[in-house]
Design a protein. Structure first.
Length: 272
């Protein structure tokens, strides 16, 4: 007879025999009710993926939260614990792999196929996102992966300025302009690092981005983390407005601290 685990795997069309289901529970997040599967992935690893040695030992597990195709209209996720292996020869560690999803990805190939199918029916990104149970930005990344605009964008200026501003629904949008001419280069609906990275990498080649020599920005640390990768030859400069603003805040803080100390001393003298 077919076990309960095999029945669930067969229902979900999961062909990997190394995956074992241990539990199926209901899960609620941000008002969305989902089915949550708990599973393990383990097998006998014969050789180290780094050096080819057979001197391997099991070394714990790593949790991967994977997105599966929706079951009916209910989003479905899997907490998959992947077996870790340690090579005693080169001391390299690696995880068990499955064809369910590409390496280092949490969205399964089946979920990607479901997104493509819904997109063929001309459904908007927001509807696909709600149906499948992943973010709209992830849906866009999957649909437009390796796609370039049919209209060739303008050449990137050698000097760019980054900033964000409060736009619709009390959200912050990202804006990029030419530092010299102040012409608009990019206007994005949000200021998330992922959105900005995907725009520049999907719109401009690395050789085009290497021509940028200067990027002016505020003191936002998240910009600094990806600007060096997007524009490897660019010098990062903090704009004068935010530096003066920061200095003004520091002076105000010190002024209030001194006044508070004076008032405290005066009060103590009167009481004395």
């Amino acid at each position: 007879m077919m076990s309960q685990t095999d029945s669930i795997l067969n229902l979900l069309n999961i062909q990997d025999p190394n995956i074992k289901i241990s539990a199926c529970t209901d899960f609620s997040q941000a008002g969305v009710h989902e089915k949550l599967l708990s599973a393990t992935l383990t097998y006998h690893a014969e050789r180290c993926v780094n050096c080819g040695s057979t001197n391997l030992v099991q070394n714990g597990t790593r949790l991967t939260k994977m997105k599966l195709p929706s079951l009916g209209e209910q989003p479905l996720r899997m907490n998959l614990r992947k077996q870790r292996y340690l090579c005693r020869t080169c001391h390299h560690t690696f995880s068990a792999q499955t064809q369910l999803a590409p390496p280092r990805h949490s969205i399964t190939r089946q979920a990607v196929h479901e997104i493509a199918t819904l997109a063929k029916n001309s459904l908007p990104v927001k509807t696909i996102s709600q149906t499948v149970g992943i973010s709209a930005s992830s849906v866009q990344r999957i649909l437009y992966k390796d796609q370039r605009a049919l209209v060739t964008p303008k050449e990137l200026p050698t000097a760019l300025s980054f900033d964000e501003f409060r736009s619709t629904k009390n959200c912050f949008s990202f804006i990029c302009i030419d530092s010299k001419t102040h012409d608009l280069v990019a206007l994005l609906p949000d200021s998330l690092s992922q959105t900005i990275r995907e725009y520049f990498t999907n719109t401009y080649t690395l050789s085009e981005r290497q021509k940028v020599q200067l990027v002016t920005m505020d003191l936002n640390a998240q910009y600094q983390t990806f600007v060096r990768r997007l524009f490897p030859n660019a010098l990062i400069v903090f704009d004068r407005f935010h530096i003066v603003q920061l200095a003004g805040r520091a002076l105000d803080h010190e002024r209030l601290r001194v006044l508070k100390g004076i008032n405290t001393t005066t009060t103590a003298t009167i009481k004395f």
